[in-house]
Ligand binder design. Sequence first.
Ligand SMILES: *Cc1c(COP(=O)(O)O)cnc(C)c1O
Length: 234
Amino acid sequence: MLPLTPTTLNGDDDTMIARNLASIRARIAQALAGAGRAAGDVTLVAVSKTNDAAAVAAAMAAGQTVFGENRVQEAAEKFPRTGATLHIIGGLQSNKVRAALGLADCIETLDRPSLADAIDKAGAATGRVPDLLVQVNIGDEPQKSGVGLGQADGFIRAMRARFGARLVGLMCIPPAFGDSGPYFRRLAAMADTHGLAVRSMGMSGDFEAAILAGATHIRVGSAIFGQRRSSDVT
Ligand SMILES: *Cc1c(COP(=O)(O)O)cnc(C)c1O
């Protein structure tokens, strides 16, 4: 039987989250050192999707401040929280953009012109546009979101022209199986080409390879909060 995500936390779960965070932080430090990069060069985005507000509170008590959620509705139930920064990391429907702008400090999944239109419009109405990352479908997989490799350069340029400094970087989810390293290096090279500082790449299973390839943000869920019921990564 798969372990289930608890709906409420007991002391043991709090301890587990704190212990997992300490272990991830140590592994990040080691990977940075191994890559010859400065300590603190990577931001850990704790992916709290499917975990409840108590789990977020436990992570915050253990010093975690940056969180990732993939559904706006679910995020709204846990955020905003004082002292927390929220990244939207899941595919975003245009009709959820206004709500997303009210919650998020960063939207990592800008991947089509119609979403850019919705962000522009909601940003004008709310007076606030968060940091934006273009999601690149780095393995050109038909089932995955993200702008395809053939369109990526043109789309990134268009988003740069449209959002200026609000466009801060790129995000990718490489193919689920095999070595992620080549995909991470490709995303980093693409970010370099466009002069974009942020590279959000690497999850529980491959964040060290991402750090080696130049990730500035890693998105780690299950290694902090425990296994989810379904994988839910697109
Ligand atoms: C769920 C998710 C993650 C975290 O995955 P883990 O393997 O649990 O670390 C990272 N990025 C995205 C886009 C996700 O949807």
